[in-house]
Design a protein around this ligand. Sequence first.
Ligand SMILES: [Mg+2]
Length: 380
Amino acid sequence: MGCLLGGAIGDALGAPIEGIPIAQIREKYGPDGLTEYSAERVGIGAITDDTQMTAFTAQALIQASVRERAKGIGGAAIGMLQSAYLTWLRGQGETIPEQDEVWGHGWLAQDHVMMSRRGPGTSCLSALHAAAERQKPGWPLGTVEEPINDSKGCGGVMRTAPCGFGARTAETAFDLGCRAAALTHGHPSGYLTAGVLAATVWSLLRGAEPTPALERARAELIRWKGHEETSQALDTATALARQGSPSPEQLERLGSGWTGEEALAIAVYAVLSAQLSMVHDPPDPSSSRTGPAELGRRGLRLAVNHSGDSDSTGAICGNLLGARYGTAVFPGHWQANLEVRRTIIQLAADCSLEFGPNPPTEPDGHGTPSRQWLQRFPAT
Ligand SMILES: [Mg+2]
C-alpha cells in the first residue's frame, strides 16, 4: 500500500513542474520550490502515466500469479504485462489493431483516470505500437536478449516497483523488473534500473533499511552486462547523499532524470538525503511535524524540485519510501487529496491478498484460486 500510494503521491507532486527549470520553479513557488500539490497542468493531486503504468504492472502480475496457481505453470508474466500495457495504450487514445484478447482486460480498464491520456512517453508508445501490430498481446516483443530499441528513458524503471511484491527472492525480482522494462526499453540503463528498483522494493517490503536493500540490489546488478552506467549512477547518488546539506543544485549533479539511471539515482539520493537530514537536522519537537510524515515530506520535496523529469523521480522516490515505511510516511492531506486514492488502495489490497500468505482459494484444500477471484483477474 505504501509503495503504490507513495509512487502516485510523488507522481502527483512532481507533475506540475515536470521539465521546468529550478530557477522558474523558485520564482513561481518561492525559495523552497514546490512544496504542496499544485493545480497547474492536470489538477490538484492528479497523476500521470507513471502511476497508470505502475498500476497496470501490478494488475498483470496479480493475473500471472493467479494463473500460476490455477494451472500450476508459470512463465506468463511478461506476456501478461505486455497485454496490460496494450490495454493502457488504448487508454491513451491510440488506435491499434484488434487484439486476440486472450487474458481479458481486468478491472483497471474500467477506471477512466487510469485509461486517460496523461503524458505517455515516446518509447513506451512506439514499442507498444510495434507489439500491437503483431496482434499477439501475450507474446512479448521487446526482451533483454532481443532489445526492441536503444531507449534508456526512465519509462521502464518508473513502472516496475510492483515487480518486487510477489517474487520469491531479490534476484528473481530483479530479473522480473528487467524483463518488464525491456518490453519497451532496450538499452541496459533502461531495463537494469528497473531491476534495481524491483529488487530494492523486494528487500524494503521485507523489512530491510534502504542502504542494505540498495546494496543487495547492486550486488545483483553488477552481474548483468552493461551495468556500468547504472552502478556508477547509484554510487554517485549514495556518495552525494552522504555529503549532507541536500539541495536541488547538489541533486542536479546526478542529471535531470529523463533517463533510467538518472531517475533512479535522483530518487535514491532523495531517500537517503531525507533519512540523513532527519538525524542531522531533526524537526523542531515543538512543531506538529515530528512524525514519520516529515521524512516523506522531505524526501518527496527533494525528489521533485529540479529542472528535469520531476513526476518520475517523485514516483520512484515515493515507491521506495512507502515500501519501507508504509503510508504513515506520507502527509495525510497528500493521501486524501490524491486523485486515484481509492483505485490505488483497492489495487494494493488485491496485491496484498494475492502475494500474501492467504491468497483467495476455493475451499477444496487444493489451493485453486476462487471463482470470484478468477473473474476479477481473468487469467486462463
Ligand atoms: Mg509522467
